[in-house]
Design a protein around this ligand. Structure first.
Ligand code: BT5
Length: 327
C-alpha cells in the first residue's frame, strides 16, 4: 500500500487529491492521512493545499520499490519484488527467514536503518540512515564448490556500479570495497546447501553512501569511510542499487553457464588493490605474512612468503602490514 502511494507521488507532476488516493488505493481518507504521516517520518515532505490535495515536495532517495524500479531494466532478474522498511535488525536475517517461507529468486530486502547489521563471523555492521543496506536472494545459484564466486562477483558488481558514477572504488580481497584506501562496502553471503548444491544464498551488501564518516564509530574510522566523506558528494541511491542489481544479474548468469569468477578474473585483478602488496592475512588463528602475488580462478589469494614458498589462501582477512598502511 505504502509503495503504491509513493509511486503515485513519484509519477505525479502536480498535487494528488485525497479522493484520487482513496479511490486508487481503496482506503479511507483517515487511512491515507496515516500513510502520509508515516512517510513524513522517513523524510518525505508534503505540501497540502485544501481541496486540491498533497504534493510531494521532497521524496527521499530511499531504496523503495517505486523509486528503484524505474531504473531497473525489465530483463533483470533481481529487484522484483523489493521490500523496504524504515528499520530492520538485519536485511540478511529477514531475507534468510523469508527464504524459508518461499521468498522468490531475485527478491531484494532493504532497510533505511539496521539495528543489528551483521558482518562475517557475527561481527557487527554499523548501519545508520543514509547508507545502502540490502540483501538479494539467489535460489540454486551454483555448486557448493563455486560458492566463493558469489561474493567475488558481488564485489565486482559494486565496483562497476560505483565506477559508473565516478566513485573510484578498489577491491580488497576477498570482498571489501575501498575508496581512497578505506572500506566503504562490505559483503556478507550466507547460504543453505543441499548436498553438492547451494539451495539458496542471501547476498548482503552494505555501502556507506550518503552520511559523513563521523557517524561511524571512532575506532574504525582509520580504516573505514563513506562515499559522501571520501568523494564530497551524495549518490542517487535507488539508481545505484538498480545498477548493482543489473551488474549482479549479468555476472551471476556466468555461474549458470558453468563459467564464473574465472571469466572475469582479469577485470577483478585490475581493480584489486591487494595485489603486489606486502600483507598480513589472518587465517583462523594463524597470521600469514608475505607478498600478495595473485588470485587464482577459484578466488584464492596467493601469498609469496619470505623464504620464497607460495601459500594459497581460500579464505582469511587481509590486515595490511603497518608499513604499507602508512604509505
Ligand atoms: C563485512 O563483514 O564486511 C560484511 C558486511 C555486510 C553488511 C551487509 S548490510 C546488508 C546485510 N545485512 C547485514 O546484516 N549484513 C549485510 P566483515 O568483513 O566481518 O567486517 C566487519 C567489520 O567491519 C566490523 O568488525 C567493524 O570493524 C567494521 N565495520 C562495521 N561497520 C562498518 C561500516 N559501516 N563500514 C565499514 N566498516 C565497518
Amino acid at each position: 500500500m505504502r509503495d503504491r502511494l509513493v509511486e503515485m507521488f513519484a509519477k505525479a507532476s502536480g498535487p494528488v487529491s485525497g479522493e484520487e488516493m482513496s479511490h486508487t488505493l481503496g482506503l479511507s481518507r483517515t487511512a491515507i492521512w496515516k500513510q502520509i504521516k508515516s512517510l513524513e517520518q522517513v523524510g518525505f515532505v508534503f505540501a497540502a493545499s485544501p481541496r486540491v490535495g498533497y504534493r510531494a515536495v521532497t521524496i527521499p532517495d530511499e531504496l523503495m520499490a517505486p523509486l528503484v524500479d524505474p531504473h531497473l531494466p525489465l530483463a533483470v532478474a533481481f529487484g522484483r519484488p523489493l521490500f523496504w522498511a524504515a528499520e530492520r535488525a538485519s536485511t540478511n536475517a529477514t531475507a534468510l527467514d523469508w527464504a524459508a517461507k518461499g521468498l522468490p529468486h531475485g527478491a531484494v530486502v532493504t532497510a533505511a536503518v539496521q539495528t543489528g547489521g551483521k558482518g562475517r563471523r557475527e561481527r557487527s555492521w554499523v548501519s545508520p540512515q543514509g547508507g545502502m543496506w540490502f540483501s538479494v536472494l539467489i535460489r540454486q545459484p551454483c555448486a557448493l564448490n563455486q560458492a566463493p564466486d558469489l561474493t567475488l562477483l558481488a564485489s565486482l558488481a559494486v565496483r562497476r556500479a560505483l565506477a559508473e558514477i565516478g566513485v573510484p572504488a578498489d577491491i580488497k580481497w576477498p570482498n571489501d570495497i575501498l575508496v581512497a584506501g578505506k572500506k566503504v562496502c562490505g559483503i556478507l553471503a550466507q547460504m543453505r546447501a543441499d548436498g553438492e548444491w547451494v539451495d539458496h544464498a542471501v547476498i548482503g551488501i552494505g555501502i556507506n553512501a550518503n552520511f559523513p564518516e563521523e557517524r561511524l564509530p571512532a575506532d574504525i574510522r582509520h580504516r573505514a569511510t563513506t562515499i559522501f566523506s571520501a568523494c564530497g558528494f551524495a549518490i542517487e541511491r535507488p539508481r545505484v542499487l538498480a545498477t548493482i542489481l543489473t551488474e549482479l544479474d549479468k555476472l551471476y548468469r556466468l555461474l549458470a553457464s558453468g563459467e564464473g569468477f574465472a571469466s572475469v578474473r582479469g577485470e577483478w585483478l585490475a581493480h584489486c588493490e591487494t595485489m603486489g602488496r606486502s600483507v598480513e592475512v589472518a587465517v583462523g588463528n594463524e597470521i600469514v605474512r608475505g607478498t600478495a602475488i595473485d588470485v587464482d580462478d577459484q578466488g584464492s589469494l596467493l601469498v609469496k612468503l619470505a623464504h620464497g614458498d607460495v601459500r594459497r589462501l581460500h579464505s582469511g582477512e587481509v590486515l595490511f602490514s603497518e608499513s604499507e598502511h602508512l604509505r
